[in-house]
Write a protein that binds this ligand. Structure first.
Ligand code: DON
Length: 304
């Protein structure tokens, strides 16, 4: 497969969308980023890397971190996780609260905010030094010890995070949080604030693309079956109320973030990370979605 040529063609063909969409405005720190950035990195399971554009520039991973949280909490507590979180697509916005009330404080899945807040609680209880160990896990996954939390991003999110605070209160009311609300929120916002570039993200997602190899990073161990299930959850729940659309257009398990990043995997072939901060109304990167749609069209390979 001539990936360098394919990435070049994709870049040219997505230019008509270069000014479509707006960066997320509800986190003031995100507005400081140039909205016209675009980067992509594809990494094959043989370890070859192909990158183009602003693939070395770090951005806030935001909800992509929910996959790291899932790996860590599923690895630590196993199937007990499913007593507190479901595995059904929500069909609603990432920060929706009404379904959580209807369903008595059990989040639909781990990749919406309510699910990630429960996973933050699970990790706060299961780990000795949760924030340090979380960062250390992500560093090991992407092979770079320089990855950091962005404290000003996390603080700015907490300042305006009324809905996440409401969700956390709802979870606590229904007995689905063990730890202090403020501690859970703080940990969650720090996870979202982690800065990574496309190369680092592609590397971090590669272990999810090959569930035949042992998954063992910094004390987080997953079985083949668990890695396979994480892929299934990304496929059905990784794009909130646009999960069907992403499946239809792209056909890969993946996860988006409001920082404009998308990470996806083509099982047994490659991982890919793309970044462009302009988002569609559902909170997913316009150029990122288009680039991945073209990638699976041009390569004629997806999970289907
Ligand atoms: O909880 C929030 O609002 C954000 N920190 C994360 C949301 C996010 O990335 C949703 N993704 N598309």
């Amino acid at each position: 497969m001539n990936y360098p040529q394919i990435l070049k063609e994709i870049y040219e063909e997505i230019q008509p969308y270069a000014k479509t969409g707006e960066p997320a405005s509800y986190i003031p720190e995100l507005l400081k980023v140039n909205p016209d950035r675009y980067g992509i990195c594809l990494r094959t399971i043989e370890g070859k890397e192909f990158a183009l554009g602003d693939s070395n520039e770090r951005f806030a991973v935001q909800s992509i971190s929910k996959v790291f949280s899932l790996a860590m909490s599923f690895g630590r507590v196993g199937n007990k996780l499913w007593k507190r979180i479901g595995v059904e697509p929500s069909g609603n916005a990432f920060n929706s609260i009404f379904q959580l009330e209807m369903e008595q404080g059990i989040p639909r899945n781990p990749l919406i905010n309510a699910g990630a807040l429960v996973m933050a609680d699970v990790l706060l209880s299961a780990l000795d030094y949760p924030e340090r160990e979380y960062l250390s896990f992500v560093r090991k996954l992407c092979g770079n010890d320089m990855i950091q939390y962005n404290e000003s991003m996390a603080t700015s999110e907490r300042e305006y995070g009324y809905l996440n605070a409401a969700i956390t209160n709802m979870l606590k009311y229904h007995g689905n949080l063990e730890n202090d609300i403020e501690r859970v929120l703080r940990f969650y916002f720090r996870q979202c604030s982690i800065g990574m570039n496309c190369r680092e993200l592609a590397r971090a997602f590669l272990p999810f693309a090959d569930h035949t190899r042992p998954f063992s990073f910094d004390g987080t161990e997953l079985t083949t079956s668990q890695v396979k299930r994480i892929n299934a959850i990304m496929q059905t729940c990784g794009f909130y109320d646009e999960a069907g659309e992403f499946s239809y257009l792209v056909g890969l398990p993946g996860k988006s973030g409001v920082g404009g990043g998308i990470a996806a995997v083509c099982p047994r072939k490659y991982s890919v990370a793309v970044w462009s901060p302009r988002l569609n109304p559902k909170g997913n990167s316009v150029m990122g979605m288009k680039a991945l749609e073209l990638l699976t069209t041009k390569t004629a390979v997806s999970i289907f």
